[in-house]
Design a binder for this molecule. Structure first.
Ligand SMILES: [Zn+2]
Length: 1012
């Protein structure tokens, strides 16, 4: 078998026996599949097939219905309306210094040296293996690169040998090791106690030095020390790494496939990378913008799948934005009987249906059932057996299209209504004082002109709007267009929430503009003198659901909230943050939402099609894990602005709000993924709810939300027919029409694992790993989760090596070409806040990141795990070209440089100490770096090429990303640089975690362990 893959030769020798702790012999596959099962006993960790949501729901007894509907007017108004005027009176109502060991290499290529030469401890027993050609990134199909090249020699002081290695200073602020096998009985952090040395994965460490290190640094030190102890010659080698540099791979793909038209006519075709700029032409398979798979060639049998442990998954973003130069989806109407579907499996008419019998019948591509063609749909076949109307029917020709749904697809067989947006503003002391309430009210006056609308109805939106303010009690507003003044109605009984008015609460903005503007003008003043600092939260969501129920529509709640809800009411929360739990068995409890009220609320929301978007402005802990529970089960989003100040944060917040209000979205959605025989969807991740094992319910799904689906074998798959999948999403449009959005995708199947590895999509894989790890951390210690991540990675790569690569020395690290940057993503994932286990990070921030990732698409996880670091100082300011990103490593920063770094969440402009004053002058309009204000949140508008180009780069980034990002100006060596540096994912993590190079070495060792 020819070797396909990237061969890298780290210049160190064999791993020691006994390291790693994997079961011996990879070939004998474990009794249980390891992937997607977090932990030794799969049954105890695996989410039930219905997904987490369903698991949670099942614990809740059903509630009696209608309990929130008092009949008659027994409404407990605290204050009411007088002469149509709103009555305004409320009821009482050590920065650790981090030194990154430089990964710098000799500047020039220098003379090619024999790798052994400069090292004091050459790997005598191991002949040095040649490195790949210097320009890696192109597939290295064929034999491993051999020849006269010796690799360019590494830095004379490898991080392992240099002073930074043993030095206390360099270890400060970092240190979580690669997850090794758990020491027996040791919970929490992997610091081996006395006697732990010598355990698998914890080689003996030098005595004496450990004591100088902070606790959380020790294990990494041990891991590194092991290389020295075993007398391995260990050096960093630039050439070795150069082939597996993320930015090189993305750049190569851009060069190869960028700017091209990607036609989807081939089964099992691997799309361009998400970072590549391409145009899609739908010719029978869904665009990769809608569906991306972890591999485009499924293994034929479950045994093969188990052997390679590559998860079989698809990341589906049903409403992904389609660029202007691509065709929007066609809408098909099959008349009053509704879309044509297979009688047996209910798959919708699609290009995989085979017409036979002169066009009178068709065979379903998913279940093989032969169906009659309805008379109205009959068409003759041509000499090729194709329907002659093929090119007139999107559903026979395209991967993605929509059907108009009939009444059968509507709730209670009644036509759907347009959705409503309800704005719910916390008017407690904190929000009034910060100026937030005024800011929101001002913004809404203009923002509501931009409510989403369906294209054929361009002038006005059919989306209705409503307004609620609250602290301990709720205030509803009647903003009926006929009123001269808005009316307020107060509900103080938050235990039994109801909506005190039917008519006038949800209105058309255009019609009620005057009353609404009046209201928005008054709200900040009405509560200006409030002393109320307590808030409720669950009753607010309940009120929103009840309002939508009453109006018989779906919709979205925009909640602007500041504090942990401590007022006496359902869903009251208390501070349960406890840093002592970090790195213990109980750490997971920090991320588990409080059960009870919020679970039931999510369920109520989903059944009403009520999505919840939470804008949080906390100044301290708010139990985000619980407060974010409803948004993350209803297709909603959580936005968090800690210590909000109007001056510094309003731009960030307002652009988030604008994007959120305006974005394309569908409501009251239910998604089903059908597959051809032999495999099926078994596991789902996303901002979703599941009542059974197959139907993915989403109160709403917008253009940024994705659902990650895992597939498992039922049976053998056939190479001939491949693996087909059809995602059908039933939803309500913003104008109230019921639609079915269909995405079809066909993959190859192969009995050769090499095909699977060749067709892998690393960006999709890491999305799957991130979501499954973030789910697993609710049930397992982080240490175990991290171990499983590495374990599975080592198995995937070892299986490739064993089955697909030609025999080679064990010292060679051989990676499948399509997965060669996977380790850098995985390492970055393990260093993310949720998985890193550091007491320096806020629990709410970690919970926030965990929940936000749940619904991310492939583009977003890729960017999050490998931020773009763009050098700006040398670019051609006259051209439109944006410089290519460089490796996310300190090594790439230069004192005279200016860099932009962004990951979709944060945006930094980093200024080197020796940044040219002319450039600083032109960008900031100040004479020197020292004069650049630290709290600048946007660049001044200046009329020069440098300023213009920089602003245009930033603007275009902000435009592309789902959420807004606040620009942070960071000067080299300033305190704030820490924030920036934690995104340099190839370096050692500030809060723990290895550098890329160290991680590769570790993974390599694990692979070798698996193979022995
Ligand atoms: Zn069928």
């Amino acid at each position: 078998m020819s070797q396909q893959g990237y061969v890298a030769t780290p210049p160190y020798s064999q791993a020691q026996p006994g390291m790693g702790g994997y079961p011996a012999g990879f070939g004998s596959s474990p009794a249980q599949p390891l992937y997607a099962h977090y932990g030794g006993q799969p049954q105890s960790f695996t989410a039930p097939p219905t997904g987490k949501a369903a698991f949670l729901w099942s614990l809740i007894p059903p509630v009696k219905s209608n309990r929130f509907y008092p009949t008659g007017l027994i409404l407990s108004f605290g204050k009411c309306v007088k002469k149509n005027k709103v009555i305004v009176r409320l009821h009482s109502c050590s920065v650790l210094k981090v030194v990154h060991p430089p990964l710098a290499y000799p500047a020039g290529p220098g003379p090619m040296q024999s790798p052994q030469a400069p090292h004091t401890s050459p790997p005598a027993q191991q002949p040095f293996q040649t490195a790949p050609p210097p320009t890696m990134g192109h597939s290295t199909l064929g034999p491993p690169p051999t020849g006269p090249h010796s690799p360019q020699m590494a830095h004379p002081q490898s991080p392992l040998a240099g002073p930074s290695m043993g030095g206390h200073q360099s270890m400060g602020g970092m240190g979580r090791p690669f997850p090794g096998p758990p020491p027996p009985g040791a919970g929490g952090f992997q610091q081996p106690g006395p006697g732990a040395a010598g355990q698998p994965g914890y080689p003996q460490q030098p005595q004496g030095t450990e004591a100088q290190l902070p606790d959380h640094c020790k294990a990494l030190w041990i891991c590194r020390a092991s290389f020295l102890e075993s007398d391995e010659a260990y050096s960093l080698n630039k050439t070795w790494l150069s082939g597996i540099i993320c930015t090189q791979v993305t750049e190569d793909d851009q060069a190869k496939r960028g700017g091209q038209v990607y036609t989807t006519n081939l089964r099992g075709q691997v799309p361009p990378l998400v970072t590549t700029d391409y145009t899609v032409q739908d010719q029978g398979n869904a665009s990769p913008r809608f569906m991306r798979c972890t591999t485009y060639s499924f293994p034929c049998t479950a045994d093969l799948a188990k052997q390679c442990q590559v998860p079989l998954g698809a990341i589906i973003k049903p409403f992904a934005k389609v660029p202007k130069n691509e065709t929007p989806l066609y809408v098909v109407n099959h008349g009053e009987t509704g879309p044509i579907r297979c009688n047996r499996c209910k798959a919708y008419m699609c290009p995989y249906m085979q017409f036979i019998d002169g066009g009178r019948r068709y065979q379903c591509g998913f279940c093989n059932c032969v169906n009659e063609v309805p008379a109205f749909y009959f068409q003759h076949l041509d000499h090729m057996g194709r329907r002659v109307d093929l090119y007139e029917r999107p559903e026979l020709l395209l991967g993605s299209y929509e059907f108009e749904a009939t009444l059968d697809y509507c709730k209670n067989n009644k036509p759907a209504s347009p959705p409503a947006y309800i704005f719910m503003i916390d008017v407690s002391y904190a929000n009034i004082k910060s100026g937030l309430v005024r800011l929101v009210c001002e913004e809404l006056k203009t923002l509501l002109d931009n409510l989403p609308r369906y294209t054929h109805n361009k002038h006005t939106s059919t989306v209705k709007v409503g307004f609620v303010t609250y602290n301990k009690i709720l205030h509803f507003y009647n903003v009926k267009s006929a009123l001269a003044q808005p009316q307020m109605m107060v509900v103080s009984d938050t235990a039994e929430m109801f909506v005190p008015l039917l008519d006038g609460f949800l209105v058309n903005f255009q019609e009620s503009r005057a009353v609404i503007t009046n209201l928005l003008d008054q709200i900040p003043d009405m509560f200006a003198d409030t002393n109320e600092s307590e808030t409720v939260f669950a009753p607010v969501i309940q009120a929103g659901v009840e309002a939508l129920k009453t109006a018989e529509c779906s919709g979205k709640l925009f909640i602007f909230h500041s504090s942990i809800p401590t007022a006496e009411a359902p869903g009251k929360l208390k501070n349960r943050d406890d840093k002592k739990l970090i790195n213990t068995e109980k750490e997971k409890t920090l991320f588990q939402p409080q059960k009870g009220v919020y679970e039931q609320l999510s369920k109520d929301c989903v059944s009403q099609g009520c999505s919840v978007d939470l804008f949080l402005f906390p100044s301290q802990y708010v139990d985000l894990a619980t407060m974010g529970d409803v948004p993350t089960h209803t297709g909603g989003s959580i936005f968090k602005y800690s210590n909000f100040q109007v001056y510094t944060n309003s731009m960030h917040f307002l652009s988030d709000l604008r994007k959120d209000v305006e974005k394309a979205i569908g409501f009251d959605a239910i998604m089903r993924v059908r597959t051809s025989t032999g495999f099926r969807a078994t596991n789902f991740f996303g901002a979703i709810h599941m009542n059974n094992t197959t139907d993915v319910e989403m109160a709403a799904v917008d253009c940024d939300k994705a659902v990650t689906v895992e597939f498992k074998h039922d049976d053998k798959l056939s190479e001939e027919t491949g693996a087909l999948m059809q995602c059908a999403l039933l939803y309500t449009t913003v104008s109230g029409q019921r639609r079915l959005r269909i995405h079809n995708l066909s993959l190859n199947c192969s009995a050769q694992l090499s095909e699977l590895y060749k067709s892998c999509e690393t960006d999709a894989l890491i999305n799957f790993f991130a979501k499954s790890a973030y789910r697993a951390m609710l049930n397992q210690p982080l240490k175990t989760v991290r171990e499983i991540l590495v374990n599975q990675t080592a198995h995937m790569l070892a299986c490739y090596r064993k089955n697909c690569a030609s025999p080679s020395a064990a010292s060679q690290l051989i990676l499948p070409d399509a997965m060669k940057v996977f380790p850098v993503y995985l390492n970055s994932l393990m260093k993310t806040g949720p998985l890193v286990g550091s007491a320096e990070l806020s629990t709410d921030d970690r919970a926030h990141q965990r929940l936000s990732t749940t619904a991310m698409g492939v583009e977003d996880t890729q960017l999050l795990l490998y931020p773009r670091l763009v050098p700006l100082h040398n670019m051609d300011f006259a051209s439109d070209v944006v410089p290519a990103p460089v490796r996310c490593s300190e090594e790439r920063l230069t004192d005279a440089g200016m860099f932009l770094l962004e990951n979709g969440r944060s945006l930094f402009l980093w200024l080197g100490q020796a940044c040219p004053p002319e450039l600083v002058q032109r960008v900031f309009n100040v004479p020197s770096l020292a004069h650049v204000p630290a709290d600048l949140s946007s660049l001044p508008v200046l009329d020069n090429p440098q300023s213009k180009k920089l602003r245009s780069i930033i603007d275009s980034l902000l435009d592309q990303r789902p959420s807004a990002m606040k620009l942070l100006i960071v000067k080299q060596k300033d305190r704030s640089e820490m924030l920036f540096r934690q995104h340099l994912v190839e370096d050692k993590g500030l809060h723990g975690g290895a550098s890329y190079m160290d991680f590769l070495c570790y993974v390599h060792r694990e692979i070798r362990q698996v193979l022995t």
